[in-house]
Design a binder for this molecule. Structure first.
Ligand code: ADE
Length: 220
């Protein structure tokens, strides 16, 4: 998979992709990630990328030309273009799974008051990572990169992916490790019983119970 990130602040993502699982996925060729500063595509002498909004109002708006120019160069029929914006579809594990199957993802990170509306004509999907306003799309792009890359075939073990929250719309079961008792807090007996049939049954029940209590919206 190839991921291109269009950003005015590539350094803010650089450190993040050079750590841990993402770094390994890049080294092993499972994913290629390019951080592209779209300021380089501004046709203006001073490399300006933003301007005041027509009709007046607060803040600066990202101009069309840098992003259109950049996409002219990098977009192919395999590309899936995502705009990071608080107005987009709320991101979740289902969207992450669908993105992990794409060949080429392009992430557009906004800044300031947002994008000139015409940029949306180039976009396949608008995504928000939650109902709050970030100063730019870089944290949202990083969240998407992290959650998508770990789902690419061979990046982490199948076992790890099978037992985690949001599979089948359920939260994961509770886990414990040694010691079996700590400050009077005991690990449930069933987990120490060695009976795997009982353990699996308990885990399935816990997943449903936990989801019902903490995230009933997932069960709808
Ligand atoms: N840009 C600013 N806020 C955002 C959000 N919540 N999600 C995605 N991109 C954003």
């Amino acid at each position: 998979m190839k991921i291109d990130v269009l950003t005015l602040f590539p350094e803010s993502i650089e450190g993040f992709i050079n750590e841990s699982i993402i770094k390994r996925a890049i080294s092993s060729g499972k994913v290629e990630i390019n951080l592209i500063n779209f300021r380089d595509y501004s046709p203006l002498n001073n490399k300006q990328v933003d301007d005041t909004p027509y009709g007046g109002g607060a803040g600066m708006v990202l101009r069309c030309e840098p992003i259109f120019n950049c996409l002219d160069e990098i977009k192919t029929p395999d590309s899936y273009v995502i705009m990071l914006t608080p107005e987009g579809n709320t991101y979740n594990q289902k969207i992450a799974k669908s993105l992990s199957l794409k060949k080429h993802i392009i992430l557009l990170c906004g800044h300031y008051e947002g994008f000139d509306e015409r940029i949306k004509t180039l976009v396949d999907e608008e995504i928000s990572i939650g109902d709050y306003i970030l100063t730019g799309g870089e944290i949202a792009a990083s969240a998407i990169i992290d959650s998508v890359v770990r789902l690419i075939d061979g990046v982490i073990t199948k076992d790890s992916l099978e037992s985690e929250s949001f599979n089948d719309n359920l939260l994961d079961y509770p886990t414990y490790t040694k010691p079996s008792e700590y400050r009077g807090l005991k690990v449930p007996d069933v987990l120490i019983s060695g009976n795997h049939e009982l353990i699996n049954k308990w885990r399935e029940e816990q997943k449903k119970e936990k989801t019902k209590n903490k995230r009933p919206d997932l069960l709808k």
